[in-house]
Structure formats: structure tokens, C-alpha cells
Design a binder for this molecule. Structure first.
Ligand code: ZN
Length: 139
């Protein structure tokens, strides 16, 4: 069995963003040389997500509105977590909803997606360097 590991780094200039990382994960798969197996992609931070959905800007605006309704950033005093002196209580909750990781099947050297599936990095507390782990195992 072959095994491949890579960290993708991001430094998002805004507090929140959704970034399509599909081509970067495809590049990892190419480098790995693996043709049949599994590809795990996970955020390595507890205020960021990796998820799969459509690359459609209206949907991303809907996510932003929906998440902000569920866990508004302000007032920051509404979150007990922010008693630590942080201001990212909302970001931890947003990350929980959008998920930590995705697993994609690798078939004939390609990510075996369903229709319209793309991989996104969801940032909820940006403006600093953060990582995503790509781990691919197989033959
Ligand atoms: Zn925090």
C-alpha cells in the first residue's frame, strides 16, 4: 500500500471565506501516484472546515447568511468561549456545522466525485496562517 501526506497552507485576508481547493487536492493525487484508494482532506484548525458542495456563488452567500443567523459573530460577549479573551466563539460553532473533513474515493487515478461536487476550505477565523491535511492511501 502506498501512502501520501501533504499540508496545504492558507492565509485568508478576511475573517470568513470559502475557497475551492479541488485542483490542489487533484494535484496531490497526481503527486501520490495512487490509482485506487481513499483521499482524506481535513482542516487542521478548530475554526475552519473542509466540505464538499457546489461551486456556486449564490449558495456560498446563502451559507454565509445561514451561518451568521445560527452563530452571529457579534456581540462577541454572547459566547462563553470568548471569556478566554478570544473573539472566535462563533467560528468554532460554524466549523462544527460545516464539518472537519471529507473523504473522497480514488478510482482510476481520479477523485470519484458525484455531479457538481467540489472540495472547499471554509475559513471562519482567518487573517492568519492555517493548514489543511491531505492524506491519500491506496495502490
Ligand atoms: Zn477559540
Amino acid at each position: 500500500m502506498k501512502s501520501y501526506r501533504k499540508e496545504l497552507w492558507f492565509n485568508v485576508p478576511t475573517r470568513r471565506a470559502f475557497i475551492n481547493i479541488t485542483s490542489q487536492v487533484e494535484q496531490c493525487l497526481k503527486e501520490s501516484g495512487i490509482k485506487e484508494g481513499l483521499c482524506l482532506v481535513n482542516a487542521m484548525h478548530i475554526t475552519a472546515s473542509v466540505f464538499i458542495n457546489d461551486d456556486e456563488s449564490g449558495l456560498h452567500e446563502d451559507y454565509e447568511k445561514w451561518l451568521e443567523k445560527l452563530a452571529p459573530h457579534e456581540p462577541i460577549s454572547q459566547y462563553r468561549h470568548n471569556r478566554t479573551g478570544e473573539d472566535n466563539g462563533d467560528a468554532h460553532l460554524k466549523r462544527q456545522i460545516m464539518g472537519r473533513e471529507v473523504v473522497v474515493a480514488v478510482t482510476e487515478g481520479r477523485l470519484d466525485f458525484g455531479p457538481w461536487e467540489q472540495i472547499f476550505y471554509g475559513e471562519f477565523d482567518g487573517r492568519r496562517k492555517k493548514r489543511v491535511l491531505v492524506k491519500i492511501i491506496g495502490e
